[in-house]
Design a protein around this ligand. Structure first.
Ligand code: GDP
Ligand code: MG
Length: 166
């Protein structure tokens, strides 16, 4: 099994931390250069029966200038070429305007979107439910998966679910 997964989310939600944990020592390509027009391969996860190529889509932030509109279009286009999308949010932060921008883009994309709630080590479990409800009404998510990229909670479960999507 092999396939492509796009990771999107506001800055500092934990995308790189997730990649570091999943790819570990085996990082093939990794770059944090912001705002390139083309999608970058962030890393490749491999195990006995599967290979997942993680793609970073940097253009999906709200554009600050005219050229930005074009980059957003490019990013939208490439989201249509992956097998699934991980939309990562920070459990500590509520729903914000940056998220609305991403959700608007995602609503034009016909791919399964997983809502990944990261940093659950920082919140009380009871606080997750209202957060989930808030996001659920904005978009039809394939599944909602809370994780801690830093401590590793539920990351194996997430990988298992993603592999099933390939
Ligand atoms: P990115 O901008 O989305 O790539 O976010 P980073 O991976 O660079 O993470 C931003 C900050 O959040 C860093 O200080 C990380 O150590 C921290 N961070 C990432 N994931 C977690 C998590 O699961 N729990 C906690 N407590 N901190 C995290
Ligand atoms: Mg990063």
């Amino acid at each position: 099994k092999s396939g492509f997964i796009a990771i999107i989310g506001r800055p500092n939600v934990g995308k790189s931390t997730f990649m570091n944990r999943v790819i570990g020592q085996k990082i093939a390509i990794m770059s944090d250069k912001p705002q390139t027009t083309r999608n970058k391969i962030q890393g490749v996860y491999t195990d006995a029966e599967s290979q997942i190529v993680f793609i970073d889509t940097p253009g999906i932030h709200k554009p600050k200038h005219k050229l930005g509109d074009f980059m957003v279009k490019m990013a939208e286009h490439s989201l249509n070429e992956v097998d699934a999308i991980m939309f990562m949010i920070n459990a500590e932060e509520g729903y914000g305007r940056g998220d609305q921008f991403i959700i608007d883009r995602l609503s034009n994309v016909d791919k399964p979107v997983y809502l990944i709630i990261n940093k659950i080590d920082r919140v009380h479990p009871d606080d997750l439910l209202p957060l989930i409800d808030q996001y659920k009404e904005k978009l039809d998510f394939q599944e909602i998966i809370p994780i801690s990229a830093l401590e590793g909670n539920n990351v194996n479960h997430l990988l298992k679910v993603l592999k099933e999507e390939l």
